[in-house]
Design a protein around this ligand. Structure first.
Ligand code: FES
Length: 86
């Protein structure tokens, strides 16, 4: 099972079933994480910076591509509510 490491939380790597969003994995492990729009891809409060392993996430969604085009989401950033572990 894929492992997700959260560099800014004092937590061991999380085991994440394929298909689960990064946000759902964080919440399932009992950690709080901003998600102001309710995980609908309509804000950027759930943003994460991917330090390694981006190839193990699903491609950016249309919502993420819109935010990138608008300069509100960096190339190494993903919306945790949109990015799924593949
Ligand atoms: S929670 Fe709003 S974009 Fe992810």
């Amino acid at each position: 099972m894929p492992l997700l490491t959260l560099a800014n939380l004092p937590a061991p790597p999380l085991e994440v079933p394929a298909g689960r969003t990064v946000l759902a994995a964080i919440h399932a492990a009992g950690h709080a994480w901003w998600h102001a729009c309710g995980a609908k891809g309509r804000c950027t409060t759930c943003r994460v910076r991917v330090l390694a392993g981006a190839e193990f996430l699903t491609p950016p969604t249309p919502a993420e591509l819109r935010y990138r085009a608008a300069g509100r989401l960096g190339e190494a950033e993903r919306l945790a509510c949109q990015a799924r572990v593949s």
